[in-house]
Write a protein that binds this ligand. Sequence first.
Ligand SMILES: [Zn+2]
Length: 194
Amino acid sequence: MPRAQRKTRRAADSARSSAQKKRAGVHERAAVFAPWRLEFVLGPKDAGCFLCRAAGLSDGDEDAWKKTLLLYRDAHALVIMNRYPYTGGHLLIAPRRHTHELPSLKEAESRALWEQTRLCVEVLGKVMKPQGCNVGMNLGKAAGAGIEDHLHMHAIPRWVGDTNFWPVIGQVHTVPVALAQLWDELRPLFRGRT
Ligand SMILES: [Zn+2]
């Protein structure tokens, strides 16, 4: 088959497959562009569990809480900002107890986890005014868990065209500053609950 004809056929195949996907309700999901996550993916990993460290901080030590990006904690669960966020305002909600097994959660832990997830979506809605929110868990490596040993829920605010929503995040080195500023904004809304 001549080259030009092959090209036309490939284009036709591709258009057909795209039309089939649309009919089947399949939409390709756009990836969030978060280059600062490379630091997490490629960098050395901290020894120990950062969620357990947050669980063990003293009550009322706001400096340590800010450094750790811990926003809220009760007897059973905690809310912490993801240091390597997919988008600004990416929060993690975890039981205080170190476990990777969701079925092992006691009723009070499950309730706290869900209540704090609800609270995160409420606070993010007020402060960041997202147009949507992803909430969910990746249990185990095969499911995409970045931290496998201590289960956690993600609450990720989303905007249409995500990458432009927070202009301050343009380069990797601006992220820690942006995170500390955002902690200052989010913390008061959680502090009222403690
Ligand atoms: Zn842990």
